[in-house]
Design a protein around this ligand. Sequence first.
Ligand SMILES: *Cc1c(COP(=O)(O)O)cnc(C)c1O
Length: 421
Amino acid sequence: MSDSLSPSLTSVPNASGHFGAYGGMFVPETLMTPLQDLARAYEEIKRDPSFQRELDGLLKDYVGRPSPLYFAERFTEEVARENGGKGPRIYLKREDLLHTGAHKINNALGQVLLAIRMGKKRIIAETGAGQHGVATATVCARFGLECVVYMGEVDMERQALNVIRMRALGATVVPVTAGQKTLKEAVSEAMRDWVTNVNTTFYILGSALGSHPYPMIVRDFQRVIGEEARRQILDKEGRLPDVIVACVGGGSNAIGIFHPFLEDREVRLVGVEAGGDGILPGRHAARFQGGVLGVLQGTRTYVLQNEDGQIDLTHSVSAGLDYAAVGPEHAFLRDAGRVDYGFATDAEALEAFKFLAETEGIIPALESSHAVAHARKIAGALGDGKILIVNLSGRGDKDVQQAAKHLGISGEAKSVKTARS
Ligand SMILES: *Cc1c(COP(=O)(O)O)cnc(C)c1O
């Protein structure tokens, strides 16, 4: 592609929702008008200073922003010890400290305010592990809006605690029984509801995925992570970081922290996908390892699929990274050579979960543990005097039972086994 044709890193998406060769609006005719209406409403509202003021006020007092940028001293020391006394200074961006425990609330809050401005009284959402469902149910309760969350039946069983949280918050959780009964089917059901009830209903999508304008809207509402991190590191270190690492499911926490640094070419950006049991068909969710160009649920991007275009089964120990498609802006940034993508396996993520708990007293979400694992892996090659930031997208309370099972940690009264044994 000639320079004049290739878009600059921050000028995407274009009016039709394309991030270079990726993104777009691959939806049935019935969804085109509502999506175009949404795009138009969003462009108007985002320029309204009163919208930004209201959002900023709630991010501060309700969500708990800014989240700290924390110097992880013992993590830093441990990495140096593993690498002959040399290593970067490691910081954690603490999205785990936000209300509801993860970055998802940044986007849910932004979209609910958009819904209110558009006059919609009913909110629907999809959820996989339940984190986005909980964030959406939370903001709906805050504004007294009806909330319906579609969730695969298998996920409801695996994440029963989040189902209870959503119901306690007054949301209706609808089990989805089609196909694999997980996130992909939940998205399809939410889409179906939206087509039928579009006059009254706003669909709050949870990651930087799906048809235009969602990848752009979600990115914009998550950019606050990177804007804060940029200010905070300049304040603490007097310069920009050398490396930023974030996990990539759909890609919203990663694009949120990366985006404000895209023009700073000296800052290396690294996304981490779920390597599952290793890069074997059906055993992982690393779209940039085994995926090909395809279309899934409204967007053109890298998709794990077979030669006939059937979507592959995916696997990850962390439900939030377990999806067959990656957000289209990540595909664009990878092609542009601006962001590198690696992966961490289930075993590496579990090891990192335990490592961060024991060295810093912070129990990370299994999703975020992938970023911690990869950061630890690449830190050795960085040497002294460098600065590395890990986006800690969420806290691990939701994951302790699963992690305990894999790590052999017991909760029994008579057991003497501890996390260290
Ligand atoms: C949902 C989730 C993710 C993955 O989603 P992205 O859109 O890729 O950020 C990562 N971490 C946590 C804690 C999550 O809840």
